[in-house]
Design a protein around this ligand. Sequence first.
Ligand code: DOR
Length: 431
Amino acid sequence: MGRILIRRGRVLDASSNRDEKADVLIEDGRIAAVEPSLDTSGAEAIDAGGLWVAPGFVDLHAHLREPGQEYKEDIASGGRAAVAGGFTTLACMANTHPANDDPAVTDYILDRARQDSPARVLPIAAATKGLEGAVMTEMSAILRAGAVAFSDDGKTIMDSGVMRRVLEYSCMVDAPVIVHAEDCTLVGHGVVNEGPVSTRLGLPGNPAVAEAVHVARDLLLAQLTGAHLHVAHVSTAIAVELIRRAREQGIHVTAEVTPHHLTLTDEATLGYDTNAKVAPPLRSAADVRACRKGLAEGVIDAIATDHAPHAVHEKDVEFTAAPSGLIGLETAFAVVLDLVRAGELQPLELMQRMSANPARILRRAGGSLAVGAPADVVVLDPQKEWLYDPAKGFSKSRNSPWAGRTLVGQVKLTLVDGRVVYDVARGVLLP
Ligand code: DOR
């Protein structure tokens, strides 16, 4: 493999607290040197003047739909969408058909990913069989097959006794448990955030307390068991506060927030746009402010997309009948750059929350430009304006609330293992 020199970019590497103009040399798929000025001879030079150079993003939370719902997405299309969005690694949720509740399914996902995905794929296994919340999966066997965490995401484990046992066993196998915290008895038929917006729309509301009740329960169970609890897609001010207090008490909890919960309020649903229907729902402006503050202060560790593809015919129905979820891999960077523009996060802090922190939560390498690390790198233009058209994107689905919007901040290049897998001018480049 050759040598690549990425020249004169603003290098943003949270793992070494580096934020400076430098050259990055890649040799044999690994970072060979990061220095203010390096010799270019013999290397393929990439000019990154005016651009950011950072570790490839790591997504803790994506739905790739394979096996079973390949008409929405598959591992190949999801992997392409990932690298087009600057993600070099993505963890995929277990709510496939069949669910990833068995080592054979984990094997299958990893096999497909090796053949088809330009991004690294880390399977998340179900915590309970069929995501039914009753019988635990064979955790150690699934981990041996290559899963990295457990989650029934999309569903909540309502039975507290089962949740306690899941957390107890997760300690024995030393893997995080990722929770989708929504008490379904409080959600009821709610399809948008409960409040003035649900009243105006005349649609059943899903209250903030449905999330808070479950976050509180799971924090207590994490305290009891000593397990590593990871709270997915935090959406409410109360949940942020509960997580903050739990941290102060030494409970092993980490948390993520999505680009949509950081930037959109429930008002995005006022036109009955089903692409803004998501679980948990878009919340009030006060909740959005609390999530942004939680992320800036480090109470929420990571940004995760919750990329959830659904087909046009499924979303193009009345609001109550549409499935929840929106796609986010290809727009995440531009959307969350809003926090930098607003002065709430420094660029280095944003990169940390998109790569180093999610890698740490999954206990995997990544998120670092240290010499010797695999050269998973992203080159970003924080100023570039572009028009987002999901039909021209790499995901098979189009359910984005940002469709047709001009976004600012573009992924220019993505490298995995030192190989350019995405170039904005040329598209996804497969070996
Ligand atoms: O909106 C969502 N869609 N939230 C989830 O937790 C699951 C996801 C899906 O699988 O479509």
